[in-house]
Design a protein. Structure first.
Length: 82
């Protein structure tokens, strides 16, 4: 199975798409998980709203890949390297 690799712009685009579809009210610090295939997921965190240069949300993407069924502790996720 091929792993999908997203750069920071890709994650930011996915976040914007998810939020637009769901009409979710987000705030700085919110954590999200994104499935990268049928068995794995990665996490990212909303760190800023940038309407001046990027005109999109700024995120922090974490490197560690987790099994999709894992329910993780927030502190474990944010202590990961970004």
């Amino acid at each position: 199975m091929k792993k999908l690799q997203y750069g920071i712009k890709g994650f930011s685009f996915i976040l914007k798409l998810i939020l637009d579809i769901c009409r979710v009210d987000t705030k700085i610090g919110d954590l999200f998980s994104v499935p990268i295939n049928d068995q794995e997921k990665r996490h990212f965190q909303l760190v800023a709203f940038d309407s001046t240069q990027l005109n999109m949300d700024v995120i922090r993407a974490f490197k560690k890949i987790y099994p999709i069924q894992d329910q993780l502790d927030i502190n474990e996720i944010i202590s990961d390297e970004d």
